[in-house]
Design a protein around this ligand. Sequence first.
Ligand code: FA5
Length: 353
Amino acid sequence: MHEELSTLKNQALAGLAEATDAGALEAWRIKYLSRKGGALSEAMKVLGGLPREERPAYGQAANEVKIALEAAFEERQEALKAAALAAELGGGALDVTLPGRPPALGRLHITTQSLRQIYAIYAEMGFQVYDAPDVETDDYNFGWLNIPPYHPARDMWETFWVTQATAGATTEGSPLLVMRTHTSPGQIRVMRERCPEPIRVILPGKCYRYEQVTARSEHQFYQLEGLAVGRGIRLTDLIGTLQQFARRMYGARRRLRVRGSYFPFTEPSIEADMDCILCGGKGCGVCKHTGWLEVAGAGMVHPIVLHNGGYDPDVYSGFAFGMGVERPAMLKYMINDIRYFYGNDLRFLGQFG
Ligand code: FA5
């Protein structure tokens, strides 16, 4: 009888040595150690048919075989695991010495960078940033800026009108809406909000014009408006502010000149130019051989506009200016086509910052 147990043990150990993967190992466990139908369980059933005196010795022997097989199984299982890990590490699948893959970092858009430089310069001169909406009523964009309907100056801004007629609604009685053609409508908003406090703000934002897109002109672009309102504000304050800006933005030696101009919302109106950043005023391709580059359209806030903003023009005065953001950045970085700004070409955008 004991011989049968010893044969079973030898057979099982030989079979275990042949199990070389987890599947074979599990099949072996079921074959020999499973409680239901496993070879050892079957061998135990013999116990009941043995003479009483032989039972203890047989039971003990069967138990020893069971313990030996379980220990051998565990040992084999560990050995197979270790072999699998060694194969994985040694087989070249994992090279822990390889450099990591760097995450692709984003950058600030060149327009955002330019705007932040401009904010910083005006912040030091005491200007706060004021946000005004992109969609405006006709009154804000034109009327309250002293450009009534049918005024010929409306031709200065090719306008996108916003259709308000939706299913079931009429446009009657509701104000005409436009995509703002410039940031100047924000002047009225900030004046009405702050009146009668003094004001010193810049108003950045996107503007929209129904224009032919060219290398110099986009149909959407950024402007930055400036507005100062208070008692005793003069044209020289405006010129000094723009001169300071030009020097901080483009170099300490910049010279500024002003020319007379026309905007319906300023009186008098001026254009401010600075000497060319490339040739210093001698004349070159960038300044079209004039020696000068445009900085801003500007002027003293028109009395009608002050009045529309809630300020008494006999007591208060103010200056305003408006400048592009992309065009000055084009000059600074020698970019010859404005369409790159909104082309979403990472080869272009990746060059800045
Ligand atoms: C105005 O829009 C006035 N609101 C500026 C102003 C404000 C004057 C306050 C007086 C007081 P203008 O149309 O010139 O002005 O536009 C100002 C700047 O916006 C231009 O100098 C230019 O830099 C930029 N700009 C205008 N049109 C475009 C365009 N299509 N594409 C890119 N930049 C543009």
